[in-house]
Design a protein around this ligand. Structure first.
Ligand SMILES: *[C@@H]1O[C@H](CO)[C@@H](O)[C@H](O)[C@H]1NC(C)=O
Ligand SMILES: *[C@@H]1O[C@H](CO)[C@@H](O)[C@H](O)[C@H]1NC(C)=O
Ligand SMILES: *[C@@H]1O[C@H](CO)[C@@H](O)[C@H](O)[C@H]1NC(C)=O
Ligand SMILES: *[C@@H]1O[C@H](CO)[C@@H](O)[C@H](O)[C@H]1NC(C)=O
Ligand SMILES: *[C@@H]1O[C@H](CO)[C@@H](O)[C@H](O)[C@H]1NC(C)=O
Ligand SMILES: *[C@@H]1O[C@H](CO)[C@@H](O)[C@H](O)[C@H]1NC(C)=O
Ligand SMILES: *[C@@H]1O[C@H](CO)[C@@H](O)[C@H](O)[C@H]1NC(C)=O
Ligand SMILES: *[C@@H]1O[C@H](CO)[C@@H](O)[C@H](O)[C@H]1NC(C)=O
Length: 837
């Protein structure tokens, strides 16, 4: 965290004049004149002392000139002068130069940063009560005419303060926007995230990560941004305003009657987040008043063209009436970005318009705008112009006014329970139904009925084809079949008694082609029951095909059970099973493909390990916990994974964890929590003592494996289990030892660096140790684990010593401890070592 020195200039008046640039006089504490200098240990206060100008140190130890709130801790910096030109030494200072500009000089007297203003005769620098640092001629400073030669409000950094404007001056073609810190709260240099107004079409504001849009506000509708229905016009607190008068387009806000402190910031938190914070005096903290993106539907173009995102639906993406998913396989995988296509092509003279309510208007960068037209005029103009695809009012106040028309595809729509706007979309008369939005329900039922009919038809075709294939030798080259066969599991996974509908079947030849004939190049790894291949379909996302080895010993029944079970399990922290293929004597499982492969391939790889910073690791720990909780409690069945380990945690392209390989999970009756079996299957290092020794497993054995995983994720080290070659303690023993000696933080993986939250790491180690306790009954359930991780529990029990923490003394110790793939015998129980990948 930056440190600060807060000595007001007033104090310096008593200091002897030994500085080169010294303070000769100071009529008030809020100005700096040409004869004065501001050193790194001095500050300038605003008139009523709300804000301070001074120097602070970034985490990179550089010095920056900035403005922050005076009496608020932690120090909240709202503006930085030299974010990309720091001075590296505390002997730098600020002064007004001979040309009337103010300069920031480094220790060797060279200009690191300067204001660009025209020459002033008697310049003075003043920090206003609003937090605006202004440079003006002193003979003008008292007539309040806002004619500043330079003002910091013209150069926003990451924060918009009340009265500050962001947007465009179209006359001078200049622009102001917000840019995040490199690391919010630590490194003020320009970061990857910007919040910038686009004035083309109907203006809206975009949050970008580098050049990529990640969120858009939606256009201003007279009251609020179309995408922020929760924005309330409240003259007492925050008053939002938006101006678009042909000469300038800008957004700003002010504080009404109250004396509230509020700021809008673009942060590097959560991979780019806009936050409005307000200061709560009673709790002395910045309350997160609003933020975006806040939910899945806030993600830019989440549902592609013509897709409508509804955060209260599951899945969130739906197609508008008259449209169907462009890419059903991807759609089924909850990837809506391909969007929707028309069911019936348009035919201009007969087209109709569908009335959608409570919408966030589609992207408006390339629209036609006329502010004086009425909705009726707008509608008839759109109707007459065959390339117009939708229209709406611009302003919703006073019954609505203005006309915005879209040409081409509609992007980034979402709907709200309330607070959205009306939108009229061109549809073929055949798709319009009897009329408008009131008939959505009937329409939806109609659609699902017709889908069901199509599906049944396809199944019949499949059946016939299979029969035919058995007799003859027809070779399928079609992918259409594959795609349509996947459709059933969407929306039909529920209560139907038709096994086939719950078990999407893939075509063998299609899989052969997708995996390039199961080539070595496509092989992702060797799993417990066979090899896994990457497959590419002609259209749609990649898939992972698990081809079960013929000698896996897993019968058709076991196999079918696994498939049926997993197809029903849907959680964002579980790998989704898309279907299976049983053909000849081949059995295959088709999963969604995970970009970043498995956790162990990154965590235990020296080169890749730094990809996982603490934030990602914490996210992975929490994700696994939620996925496991779902398996244990929330799914319709009670499922014990029995083989939880780093190689069974897959990571998607954003490093979100997904638990895979439920191959060994069994369905339990709701009152049966323990089972005793002679066939113990699990992986060395992750097995709880009672499971390894006696073959007893329960949800608490999964908790043990989870605990091992947590400690592995924190330390980046593999747990070698109870079987260990030399005198060293194993991972659990080592963490336990450090914990008791109060040096637990030393176990943290070096490659995480210093950017972690101590309390979070300690909490995770604590949870990990609780999970690996020797006695199953001492270990917490996954629901308490999730609570503890979310820090909703402030008092956690003290952990007792972990299972398998001792060093050698084990009778079967041998020196080749690294060999993990062998069969191991404990108390007459055979443990099948699986090193699944
Ligand atoms: C501020 O720093 C200067 C040297 O840069 C030093 O001479 C002066 O005593 C310091 N003033 C205070 C108030 O610490
Ligand atoms: C400063 O505070 C005084 C007294 O509370 C108030 O009259 C004055 O308007 C304030 N000045 C500014 C610039 O806020
Ligand atoms: C700052 O830099 C100057 C010149 O390089 C050097 O003399 C001085 O010791 C440095 N001061 C600090 C505090 O590092
Ligand atoms: C001061 O800035 C000049 C010009 O940017 C640079 O060459 C010099 O190295 C800097 N001196 C120190 C001590 O940082
Ligand atoms: C000042 O002007 C220079 C040269 O025109 C430019 O590179 C620099 O970005 C300007 N600085 C500010 C703070 O506007
Ligand atoms: C943004 O661009 C910079 C420079 O090209 C790159 O280093 C950085 O990783 C990018 N950030 C993100 C989040 O993609
Ligand atoms: C906007 O529409 C009004 C009313 O139809 C019309 O008089 C005006 O010329 C239009 N303005 C533009 C810029 O098209
Ligand atoms: C439809 O509107 C577009 C955009 O304003 C315009 O370029 C085009 O000429 C119009 N077409 C007709 C037939 O009016």
């Amino acid at each position: 965290m930056p440190t600060s020195f807060t000595h007001s200039l007033n104090h310096l008046l008593t200091i002897p004049f030994f500085l080169f640039f010294f303070i000769t006089s100071s009529t008030s504490s809020d100005t700096l004149t040409a004869t004065q200098a501001l050193r790194t240990n001095q500050t300038l206060l605003s008139q009523n002392q709300t804000f301070v100008l001074g120097f602070f140190r970034g985490s990179n130890t550089n010095y920056y000139l900035g403005i922050w709130y005076n009496n608020i801790t932690p120090q909240t910096i709202v503006w930085v002068a030299n974010r990309d030109n720091p001075i590296d030494n505390s002997t730098g200072y600020l002064k007004i130069g001979d040309d009337g500009n103010f300069l920031l000089l480094n220790s060797s007297g060279k200009t690191a940063w300067s204001s660009n203003a025209t020459t002033a005769k008697t310049p003075i620098l003043q920090l206003l009560e609003t937090g605006n640092l202004v440079l003006q001629d002193s003979d003008q400073s008292n007539n309040n005419n806002n004619n500043y030669l330079w003002q910091s409000f013209d150069y926003p950094t990451d924060t918009l303060l009340p009265g500050m404007k962001m947007g465009w001056n179209l006359d001078s073609n200049t622009e102001k926007h917000l840019t995040s810190w490199k690391i919010t709260g630590e490194d003020p240099s320009s970061g990857d995230y910007t919040f910038k107004l686009d004035y083309r079409g109907l203006p809206e504001i975009f949050l970008r990560r580098n050049q990529t849009i990640i969120y858009r506000s939606g256009p201003w509708n007279g009251e609020r941004f179309s995408g922020v229905p929760e924005m309330q016009h409240d003259t007492d607190s925050i008053v939002f305003s938006f101006s678009d008068d042909g000469h300038s387009v800008f957004y700003s806000f002010s504080i009404g009657k109250s004396s509230l402190l509020s700021r809008l910031t673009v942060t590097s938190d959560s991979d780019g987040e806009l936050q409005r914070r307000t200061w709560i005096q009673s709790s002395e903290s910045w309350n997160k008043f609003w933020y975006a993106p806040a939910d899945q539907c806030d993600h830019y173009r989440e549902c592609g063209p013509y897709g409508v995102c509804d955060n209260n639906a599951s899945p969130v993406c739906t197609c508008m009436q008259g449209f169907s998913p462009k890419n059903p396989v991807a759609w089924n995988l909850r990837d809506g970005s391909g969007g929707c296509v028309r069911k019936t092509d348009l035919d201009c003279p007969t087209d109709k318009f569908l009335h959608l309510e409570n919408m966030k208007l589609p992207e408006t960068t390339t629209v036609f705008v006329n502010k004086s037209m009425t909705l009726t005029e707008c509608g008839s103009m759109c109707e007459r112009n065959c390339s117009c695809t939708a229209y709406a009012n611009i302003d919703i106040t006073n019954g609505g006014s203005g006309c915005v028309m879209w040409f081409g595809q509609l992007f980034d729509l979402r709907n709200y329970p309330s607070g959205g706007q009306d939108l009229f979309v061109r549809l073929s008369a055949a798709d319009i139904g009897s009329s408008g939005s009131k008939h959505h329900k009937a329409e939806a039922i109609g659609i699902s009925l017709s889908v069901a009919v199509i599906v049944l038809g396809l199944l019949a075709i499949c059946y016939l084809r299979k029969k035919k294939q058995r007799r003859g030798s027809v070779i399928h080259r079609s992918h259409d079949l594959l795609i349509s066969e996947v459709v059933p599991s969407r929306g039909h996974s529920g209560e139907r008694n038709m096994d086939d509908l719950e078990l999407p079947m893939f075509d063998f030849n299609t899989l052969t082609m997708a995996t390039n004939n199961f080539s070595q190049d496509n092989k992702l790894g060797q799993g417990g029951f066979g090899s896994v291949y990457r497959g590419s379909l002609i259209e749609g996302p990649d898939i992972a095909v698990k081809r079960l080895s013929k000698d896996s010993g897993q019968g058709i029944e076991e196999f079918k059970n696994e498939v049926k079970l997993i197809v029903k399990l849907q959680h964002r922290n579980l790998v989704r099973l898309l279907g299976c293929c049983i053909e000849k004597d081949e059995k295959m499982l088709i999963y969604e493909y995970m970009e970043n492969r498995s956790l162990d391939s990154i965590l235990f790889d020296k080169a890749k390990r730094p990809l996982l910073d603490w934030k990602k690791r914490f996210n992975i720990i929490c994700g696994i916990a939620r996925g496991l909780l779902y398996l244990h409690q929330d799914s319709r069945f009670r499922i014990i994974h029995r083989d939880l380990k780093a190689s069974n945690i897959l990571l998607d392209n954003e490093m979100n964890p997904k638990i895979s390989d439920f191959g060994m999970a069994r369905i339990f009756g709701s009152n049966q929590t323990e089972a005793n079996t002679l066939r113990v299957v699990g992986t060395y290092g992750y097995m709880s003592p009672e499971y390894a020794m006696d073959g007893n497993f329960s949800i608490k054995s999964d908790v043990f494996s989870f605990g091992v995983l947590v400690l592995e994720i924190i330390t980046g080290k593999k747990n070698r289990g109870f079987y260990y070659a030399n005198d060293e303690l194993n991972l659990l023993g080592n963490v336990w030892k450090q914990w008791n000696e109060g040096t637990a933080l030393e176990v943290i993986d070096q490659s995480i660096g210093n950017s972690y939250t101590e309390s979070e790491v300690l909490r995770c180690i604590h949870v990990g140790l609780l999970c690996v306790q020797e006695r199953a009954e001492d270990r917490p359930t996954m629901s308490s684990v999730v609570l503890m991780l979310s820090s909703e529990v402030s008092l956690m029990p003290r952990p007792r010593s972990p299972g398998f923490s001792l060093g050698r003394n084990h009778p079967e110790t041998d020196s080749s401890s690294s060999n993990q793939d062998k069969t191991w015998s404990v108390n007459q129980v055979t443990v099948t070592m699986l090193n699944a990948r």
